[in-house]
Design a protein around this ligand. Structure first.
Ligand SMILES: [Zn+2]
Length: 485
């Protein structure tokens, strides 16, 4: 039995939704119009550039960059919207018309586009357009989606196998950082593999006899020892000032790291290395199992099934061996103020890309804890302040700081590169979130006209670096200093 939901008092809501639909459709239309006129203009002024596919793609990226600024959205999002609008206009005139009339929301259009893109035959796309425009008038996006999936599978069954094979080639792993010190670890895997992994996790975590080591970053219920204030280990000077004789190698190699100055107003930087080798293999699990906190259910492990599954994933991935048995160290960069390390302040530590914050207490516990397999090393400490250095700063120390040095060649030494990664955090184009450690370190004014020195260098992701090279990105003459995290 169908329930009819047509309360006349809800008509103002329906009308507001229609207006919203029309507004969103109009914005898509304007977006396509803007990009097209941008490209037309370049065809007149830059015919050389527009002659090649690569040049046209670069010009389109530049148009999207400007549109994203105007719309206050990410370039990736705007690019997707642009492609969807072009596709809808060309292949789905019926649905596109219904959206522009306000009768179908854009989120329904997006689902129809996704289905139509999976159809190979133009005739099938045409039929889908007609049928979907009708169905979408009376069904909400979620129901429409189910209908679309069925429709596509029935229309071109042979294509499904082909799509599965292609999807398998796109398998990958990526991170999504959430608030409050947790992140999502996504893995796109063949469905059967993903199910097998999940089932194995469930079985091991559910078993009363299986030891599941704690995630090295979480607090264990009975881990009193890790909370006790402890002296940093000897020979492991977190905050020590560089000795007078410490020097920086010309290439800024690893030894140069000790030349970094740490004063109480600067920001300290710590890098955590998680050994992914046999160091923390089965032995690590066993030692954790023998500790004060029970790690199997029979011994009294109080973690939930979900927590045990999550800890198991962390343990397997951190301790899984590479085939060549060569240990691989994964580095995590964190900015910590000296006051925080010294327990004088509770200002949180910040990740190198500025995306997430870690509570001071948690960072101090992790640093001082000897129970987990994360090792910490002292690494360069960049000045992230914009105010001039205090008078107490000895010139010799200043000269050692890679952010103040002028290097003689075009080559950016590793130490300077790392310092700029910490200073910039992300690609320096507004709105771009590519982490600096995945960016190019670019000379704003090309060498040799511009020097190899921090003031002339910045982090640019590969895409924006290319746009700058093509002349679409102005280098500001008076760039504001990077924000102090
Ligand atoms: Zn970028």
């Amino acid at each position: 039995m169908q329930v009819a939901l047509t309360d006349p008092n809800a008509e103002p809501l329906r009308e507001s939704q229609r207006q919203l639909n029309r507004g969103q459709a109009e914005q898509l239309r304007l977006l396509v119009g803007y990009v097209e006129s941008f490209l037309r203009e370049l065809e007149m002024t830059e015919p050389e550039l527009m002659r090649t596919t690569r040049g046209r793609a670069t010009a389109e990226s530049a148009a999207i960059m400007n549109a994203a600024e105007a719309l206050g959205a990410s370039e990736g999002h705007v690019h997707t919207q642009y492609q969807q609008a072009c596709f809808a206009r060309q292949h789905l005139p019926q649905v596109w018309g219904a959206v522009r009339a306000g009768d179908v929301p854009v989120r329904s259009l997006v689902r129809v586009i996704s289905a139509a893109e999976r159809l190979v035959s133009p005739v099938h796309r045409e039929r889908l357009d007609v049928a979907a425009a009708d169905y979408a008038l009376t069904h909400r996006p979620a129901r429409l989606n189910v209908w679309l999936n069925r429709h596509v599978a029935r229309t071109e069954p042979d294509q499904q196998l082909h799509r599965c094979r292609r999807s398998h080639t796109e398998r990958r792993v990526w991170l999504e950082h959430l608030e409050d010190g947790v992140s999502l670890l996504h893995a796109m895997l063949p469905t059967l593999t993903a199910e097998a992994i999940k089932n194995r996790l469930v079985d091991v975590a559910r078993s009363p006899k299986q030891d599941v080591p704690y995630d090295p970053c979480v607090e264990r219920p009975a881990a009193e020892t890790s909370d006790a204030p402890a002296e940093p280990q000897s020979g492991f000077d977190w905050l020590g000032l560089p000795s007078e004789e410490s020097t920086l190698g010309p290439d800024g190699g690893p030894d140069g790291g000790s030349g970094w100055r740490s004063d109480r107003s600067g920001a300290a930087v710590a890098a955590a290395a998680c050994p992914a080798g046999p160091v923390s293999g089965p032995a690590g699990g066993a030692s954790l199992g023998a500790g004060p906190t029970p790690t199997n259910r029979e011994a009294g492990d109080l973690r939930t099934q979900a927590q045990r599954e999550a800890d198991l994933v962390a343990n397997w991935l951190l301790n899984g061996q590479t085939d060549s048995r060569t240990p691989i160290n994964a580095h995590v960069g964190i900015l910590i103020e000296p006051e925080t390390l010294l327990d004088d302040s509770d200002r949180p530590a910040i990740s190198r890309n500025r995306r997430h914050a870690y509570p001071a207490e948690m960072i101090r516990r992790i640093i001082l804890s000897e129970e987990h397999q994360i090792t910490w090393t002292r690494v360069p400490i960049p000045e992230v302040r914009s105010d001039p250095p205090a008078a107490t700063h000895a010139p010799s120390a200043e000269a050692l700081d890679p952010l103040h040095r002028v290097y003689q060649s075009r080559f950016v030494p590793k130490l300077l590169r790392r310092a700029i990664e910490f200073r910039d955090g992300t690609c320096q184009v507004p709105g771009c979130m590519v982490a600096a450690e995945h960016c190019d370190i670019d000379h704003q004014i090309p060498w040799p006209h511009g020097e190899t020195t921090a003031a002339n260098l910045w982090a640019l992701c590969r895409k924006h670096h290319r746009l700058k090279t093509a002349g679409f990105l102005d280098v500001p003459h008076d760039r504001p200093p990077p924000t102090n995290p």
